[in-house]
Design a protein. Structure first.
Length: 357
């Protein structure tokens, strides 16, 4: 009985060993490095981005006025889609199954929104709307974005079978993000004359740091494939912002020592910041050959990227109430301040063409 048991255990061990060797052989044979057959790749990508941020609220509407229990409605600027582009150049080292790639992406966009209320209601900035402020009837908000990013990546091609190809890369990324929000309020003062207020708020982040990611490609049939990319970067840089206020008040109001327009500003210079970035895209691609040494790749899909806390602003939280007959809009003296941090995101469809030779 003991001899039979030893024989059974020996056979089981041999079976497990053979299965492990077979599995190891399959895994090793299916995972390998291999580069495309061209040595230089140049590409152009057109992107229809819709930007977004957390700080696009520019005015508050109070209705009805006067009322012991008013309601407020917040007005936001709603960004639209606009085109940007990316240029890239890649050198492929076939003998090492690696690549060196550099890319530059540029995007700029302008959006605006206008709200006008009846004379029985009022509209104003979020920090100054109430019974002791001027009765503005119209607000116009405008935002402008300027975005540039440069990436330098070095990666290795790793293939999982004949259909699934990847490129794992590391590198450096640098970006400059500028957002400028302008808001203008206007109305007619009850005693006669025009009243207006303009708020100008630019914010800029400039920084760079390490980047890591992977390119993915899964062959479907006859040159068609599923393509994508996922990447993350950690950017270290500076945040610079300032806010300018300009108040125009009716000539009927006379205040000693105060002239119209009244200027105020808040500034924050060279504040250090660490901004994480995450991006990803997914699309369908088609590859074909025009001649033996000239390859073309067409791709279309959807892309999104986000920069965490890349936009900041220092704003008035509340203003001093000046007694008793002069509206506090005249001086615009701040009682408290607040700091606002906002993410910056871009998302939208894209089409690209790459040529390799």
């Amino acid at each position: 009985m003991k001899k039979k048991l030893n024989v059974f255990l020996s056979l089981a061990a041999m079976s497990v060993s053979n299965q492990a060797m077979a599995w190891e052989e399959i895994c090793i044979s299916d995972v390998y490095t291999g580069a495309p057959c061209y040595t230089l790749d140049a590409g152009f990508r057109a992107i229809c981005y819709q930007p977004s941020a957390n700080n696009l609220h520019y005015a508050a509407v109070a209705f009805p006025t006067p009322a012991p229990s008013p309601h407020w409605q917040i007005a936001d600027i709603k960004p639209d889609y606009n085109f940007g582009f990316e240029l890239d150049l890649t050198a492929v080292f076939c003998e090492r199954a690696t690549k060196l790639a550099v890319s530059w992406e540029h995007y700029d966009q302008n959006d605006s929104d206008t709200v006008q209320v009846p004379s029985v209601d009022m509209i104003g900035p979020l920090f100054a709307i109430g019974p002791d402020t001027l009765l503005y009837q119209r607000a116009h908000g405008k935002v402008q974005w300027l975005f540039d990013q440069i990436n330098l990546d070095y990666g290795t091609y790793v293939n999982f079978g004949d259909c699934f190809q990847t490129n794992f890369f590391v590198g450096l990324s640098g970006a400059r993000i500028k957002e400028t929000v302008n808001t203008f309020f206007s109305g007619t003062f009850t005693g006669g004359g025009f009243a207006g207020r303009n708020i100008h708020t630019p914010s800029t982040f400039t920084g760079g740091g390490p980047r890591i990611g992977v390119d993915l490609s899964y062959s479907i049939f006859d040159g068609f494939r599923l393509a994508g990319q996922a990447a993350a970067a950690l950017m270290v840089g500076t945040l610079v912002n300032h806010t300018e206020f300009k108040t125009l008040f009716p000539s009927a109001i006379v205040v000693d020592g105060i002239s119209s327009p009244n200027y105020q500003d808040i500034s924050v210079k060279n504040r250090s910041a660490v901004v994480p970035e995450f991006e990803g895209r997914l699309g369908f691609a088609y590859d074909f050959t025009i001649c033996r040494d000239f390859f073309v790749q067409l791709e279309a899909g959807y892309e999104a990227k986000v920069f965490i806390n890349a936009i900041q602003s220092a704003d008035i939280g509340s203003q001093v109430i000046t007694p008793p007959v002069t509206p506090d809009e005249i001086g615009l003296f701040a009682r408290t301040f607040k700091r606002t941090l906002s993410n910056f995101a871009l998302a939208g469809p894209y089409v690209s063409i790459n040529v390799g030779f």
